[in-house]
Write a new protein. Structure first.
Length: 135
């Protein structure tokens, strides 16, 4: 049997002219055609990870400032930091599921991102938060 012929095709038959596509070609095609999607998910993964690290740094800074300079770590800042930290912990978990194709996780990522945007905008414009948290 000729490996280049479709299954069940005999030499000289009309189906002989249909070539069988090599599975390696399909794999390469998927890799080339999904390059933009992979690049987008890589950038988003980096942003999600960076955001989680920044939030963790903010909570650590608040903890240090509570002991060293309590006026720079008011209760409002702690309340905001806790809310943002919860969402920052959920975001990478939901993003990982969204990358695997979960529609519910994609919706959760959009909701979390929207809530974080609103919370951070409120923080930036409400004078109750210390200046260092508004930057």
């Amino acid at each position: 049997m000729d490996p280049h012929l479709p299954a069940g095709a005999a030499k000289g038959s009309p189906s002989m002219h249909r070539w069988r596509i090599d599975p390696a070609a399909n794999t390469i095609g998927r890799m080339v055609n999904s390059e933009d999607v992979d690049r987008g998910t890589t950038v988003t993964s980096a942003l999600v990870g960076s955001y989680a690290v920044i939030v963790l740094g903010t909570v650590v800074a608040l903890a240090v400032l509570t002991g060293v300079a309590p006026r720079w770590a008011p209760p409002e800042a702690w309340g905001h930091a806790v809310v943002v930290a919860v969402f920052a912990a959920l975001l990478p978990l939901r993003w990982r599921a969204a990358r695997r194709g979960s529609a519910r996780a994609r919706r959760a990522v959009r909701i979390i991102a929207a809530v974080l945007l609103v919370v951070n905008l409120v923080e930036a414009f409400v004078p109750a938060f210390p200046l260092w948290m508004r930057v």
